[in-house]
Design a protein around this ligand. Structure first.
Ligand SMILES: [Fe+2]
Length: 156
């Protein structure tokens, strides 16, 4: 691996990369869930939710890309194998409900799990690992998830 000299110790960069790999894995799970809900949603707001889900999984795909590239930026490789990502994820993959009444709370709960985790990482990256860039980066992700969660919550 190329030597990376950006003022963060190797050990700290490693810790940040590992934490980001877990986030990357959870984003994959949520991306997939949102996309399968887009396909299978049923209910009176079908078209609206079909479109909202598409907007959100498109955003999640962008987030996935940004996380993988952040991991590369701090000198590590990004995991891209689904089987390995599943092992790293903390979110689960329960059966896919088709009714929006079940889909909305399930998506919202996953966003909340990610938000709570990201909030911890903001502090950890900055204070424990001295990586202000990654701390700022996850702050950006946090805000995007907060906004997606608000939109979903509004259908409850
Ligand atoms: Fe589609």
């Amino acid at each position: 691996m190329t030597k990376v000299n950006i003022g963060i110790t190797e050990k700290n960069r490693q810790s940040v990369a590992e934490a980001l790999s877990h986030v990357l894995a959870d984003e994959h799970i949520l991306y997939n869930k949102t996309r399968s809900y887009h396909w299978n949603v049923e209910g009176p707001s079908f078209m609206e939710l079909h479109k909202l889900y598409e907007e959100q999984y498109t955003m999640l795909a962008e987030i996935i890309d940004e996380i993988a590239e952040r991991i590369r930026t701090i000198g590590h490789y990004a995991e891209g194998r689904l089987k390995e990502l599943l092992k790293l994820a903390s979110l689960e993959e329960p059966p896919v409900p088709t009714r929006f009444e079940k889909q909305i709370p399930s998506l919202d709960a996953d966003h909340e799990t990610i938000i709570i985790n990201l909030r911890k990482l903001i502090k950890k990256f900055d204070e424990d690992y001295k990586d202000a860039g990654s701390s700022d980066f996850v702050t950006g992700l946090l805000k995007q998830h907060e906004k997606m969660a608000w939109m979903l919550r509004s259908y409850k």
